[in-house]
Design a protein around this ligand. Sequence first.
Ligand code: C2E
Ligand code: MG
Ligand code: MG
Length: 924
Amino acid sequence: MNVAENHNLRATRAWKARRFAGRSPVITLAVVLVLCLSVSAAITAALTRGAQDRELQSALGVTAELETLLTLHMAANTDFLKGVGTAGYTSRAWPIKRAATVAGIYDRLERDARGGARITRTLRQLRALSAVWPEQLDAAARNIALADAGAKLEPALLQHANDTLSSIMTLLTALRSQERDQIRAMQMSSQSQLARQKLSLIAAATAGALLLIFAVFTSHRAALSRSASRIVALEAERRFREYFEQHPIAMLIFDVNDLAILTANAAAQRQYDATLQQLRAMSVDELRPLADVEAFRRDLRRYIDSGNRGGSGGVRRHKRADGSIIYVDVAWHLLDYADREACFITAHDVTAHEEAKDTLRVRSRALEATNNAVVISRRIAGEDVITYANGAFERITGHSVREATGAEHWTMLGTDPLSHEALAIRTAMQSANEGSGLLQSVKPDGTPYWIALHVAPVLDDQQRPTHCVTVFSDVSERIRYQEQLRSQANEDALTHLPNRLGLTARLHAMTQLATREHQKMALAFFDLDNFKEINDSLGHTAGDEVLCEVARRLSAHIAQGEVVARYAGDEFVAVLYGRGDLDSFVAAAAAMKESLTHGFLIGNKVVATQASVGVAVFPDHSRDPDVLLKYADSAMYRAKAIGPDSMQVFDQHLATENSARTSLMHALRRAVTQRAFTLAYQPRVNPRTGEAAGFEALVRWNDAERGPVSPAVFIPLAEENGLIVPIGEFVFETACRQTRAWASRYPDIVVSVNVSPVQFVRSDLPRMIAAVLERTGVSPRNIELEITEGVLMAPRSLATLRALREMGLSIAIDDFGSGYSSLGYVRSFMADRLKLDMSFVKGIGRSHADEVIVKAVLALGQTLGMHVVAEGVETRRQLDFLVENGCDEVQGYWFSRPVEAPNALAWLEESRAALDASTKPWSG
Ligand code: C2E
Ligand code: MG
Ligand code: MG
């Protein structure tokens, strides 16, 4: 039996009972009797009855109005619930029409309802609840919509609305019961009134037929009244039936004692996927997972014991026929049903909402657990106002979440909103784009920190931005590390001055500044003249100390904003800024140069340094910092060429020289790949006999564009860029091959080959020489290596020289007297020959000092057992002087210029032939 049948049955039984009672002949007789006896009373009663009828009609109207109110609230609740879970949903539960209808009903009820102040109070309370309930629904709906966008879900809001509805339902149901009781009471009183009238009529029977007719009329009215009651009862039944059956929310009624399900509406059958029959065969326990049964029973007992007739049961887990779990929001109401103590429940399926809540909860937890700060903001009146911030936000920014909520986004980030990076990100935010950047921020206590930040817009269904999500992490540590690496990369480890990289960076920045401020600046390029000797003689530790002292002295001369950098080895660059005109820059550079010449103590030795300085000025010489540096470098080279401790300011001539040098370098490189070199040979002659003891092999380069280029020009260039290594190998191999050919006829011939100091440093010289000797088959006795004094000073070179000599080669010290000329070095390696530099030979007959030096060197050679070769002999006078002073060999244009191999051989043959002729007794 369903709920409708049950109600029908009850109503029919009551109606039949009343009809039977109305037709009773005893009652009719009594009525007639009463009519007869109490005509006068009947007249009075008739008047009273009219008033009672109006009351009854009014009570019926009130009940109907209450029913309508119930229906309207349920409909509103259904509309609200339908909308839940829809993204961006706003409550549609309380449209104006519905609100107006309800207000009208309350107006009529307050006017019509009887029952005095208590009913009026209840109605006012109800009106207030009905007014507040839609607001609560709206608030809950807004919150749910925001929750979809990531805000915090407030289940309490939904709970408040449910509680209010429950109160409304409870009050309405109570009122309706009261009205029904009242109607019943009226019917009862109507009946007793009728009985009294009947007695009166009996008593007034004698009063005549008129009274009887009146009594009959009255009886008829009573019958009409009962009939009206019956219709009202049936109507209420019908409404309840419709409400129950057609309600979209699942509804069930179960026995509170044995928990048997008594009935369920169609929505419940759909929700639990069971027919009414199946549901009726079940206990309400079976609608939930086993684990929840105990709690359910406890709560049910509590509800019953509380004395309340209804309320909210909150969100519960229920089980469908297939065992799947759903979440339902339960409201309960106790009632009598089919003569049983029953509980009526509505179980609204909120599974999707609960799952969404669950997802939200998990995501919220994830947001809280992440190490990245997450901030959600909303654009309000042109400002980004924070609506959410997670725990990491607190840790990173030092602002509490409470402080941040409602505050302006950039203020809380502690970032300058006008900085370049912040502006870029703000633009992205305003145009609903994503954006990222690295920003410097400051904590409330003033601590600076760096954040890597990413912003992304949150769009609604129509792709309009509603919020902005900002995620950032503290990258201060990484930035610090990068800074450290950068500064290490830019700094010279020994002097802590900027290194070449650091200089370049500073120079570029200063050039930009100078351009903006229309200032001049100068680059002074310092190269220590004697650092190599200091390093070689005092050792590297002392050398390092000297470099540090030079750094200190140069730094002492610069002002705030100027720079001294260690460019390379013993090269320093000062960038002087805004000191006025060229002269003031030159004066400043000169003062710096001068400061280096003051001796200082290294260990127990006083060391004085000297530097060659080149100066280039911005913007006079160039506006390009790199070019300026190159110009200062060129000027420094020019200064070096002039002599130690000199200074040169760059001029255009230098620039030309510079570019000529670059182009020569390219040509030389090409010449090396094309092996475009030849050798010339200059005889070394015994000045007394005129016999050639051998030759010096000299490299020649005849460039297609430039013509012959002097080795004095290209050898230093080749030494600078290492090309001397392949050139030297070529020269050595060619000379060896030639010598081998000559030696077959002149076994005592010695051909000397120049070896550059760079070959000692940059290549495995002994290995190369051994390989060439092997390849060409020349005897080492026929080959001599010419080295300069500088080689003797290089570390490890003595060992190399000894190794070479052990191979059987002889060694000559070239250009003796022109270089460092330390007798200590001469003593450390006893060469086979000393080649006296031609500058001294040139002084013979012109400079007494040169002649003294020539004599001294000749004496030194004789004493130490070294042959002395005088170079650059051009005049008879020079030759005579040298012969007089016991010079062993001479070389120079007086005898021969360097010539090609065939001519050299011819010269050799002639000289030997002449000697032979002069020594033969018959030659004369
Ligand atoms: P050096 O080794 O002292 O060679 C002697 C230089 O003096 C040669 O110049 C030669 O031509 C020049 N000379 C000879 N007699 C006279 C003279 O009476 N008057 C004048 N004014 N000069 C004379 P060259 O050939 O131009 O070479 C210049 C320098 O280039 C050489 O000086 C040497 O240091 C270097 N060089 C030449 N060939 C080679 C080579 O194959 N390897 C290396 N490493 N250096 C070489
Ligand atoms: Mg030489
Ligand atoms: Mg020489």
